[in-house]
Unconditional design. Structure first.
Length: 133
């Protein structure tokens, strides 16, 4: 039997400051810490009314965005959808995506597959301010 146990808040570094956002933007990458082989996972907390500064797309990775607290909006290519607690949004490879928090903030778990491993940057394209005001 093999397993890995980590606490998303206590055991994983918050790299939110890497994204030039407000100090309470939280971004925790769990894939490496959990020794995931086939998938990826991150936890993100976006402060109330804040739009995540980068949009991105993947060549091969499918992602699931699970809203665990709060609400907000996601821009998926040219379509904007409202999301609320316990909504799940599947985003296929090749679709641009970005999100912003509603008045109570937005907390999401993001699951991706396949695991991008050491070559993650080769699969993703990102743009700052992709979702123009």
């Amino acid at each position: 039997m093999s397993f890995t146990l980590r606490n998303l808040k206590d055991d994983l570094e918050d790299v939110g400051s890497n994204f030039d956002g407000p100090p309470d933007l939280e971004f925790r990458l769990a894939s490496h810490a959990l020794e995931l082989e086939q998938s990826g996972l991150s936890y993100q907390r976006v402060p109330p009314g804040y739009r995540f500064p980068y949009g991105h797309t993947h060549k091969t990775q499918e992602e699931l965005y699970v809203v665990v607290r709060g609400s907000g909006r996601m821009k998926l290519d040219d379509e904007i959808v409202e999301v609320r607690e316990w909504d799940v949004v599947r985003v296929s490879p090749g679709t641009w995506r970005g999100y912003e928090a509603g008045p109570d903030g937005l907390e999401i778990l993001v699951f991706g597959a396949p695991n991008l491993g050491a070559n993650a940057r080769e699969d993703v394209e990102g743009r700052r301010d992709w979702w123009a005001h």
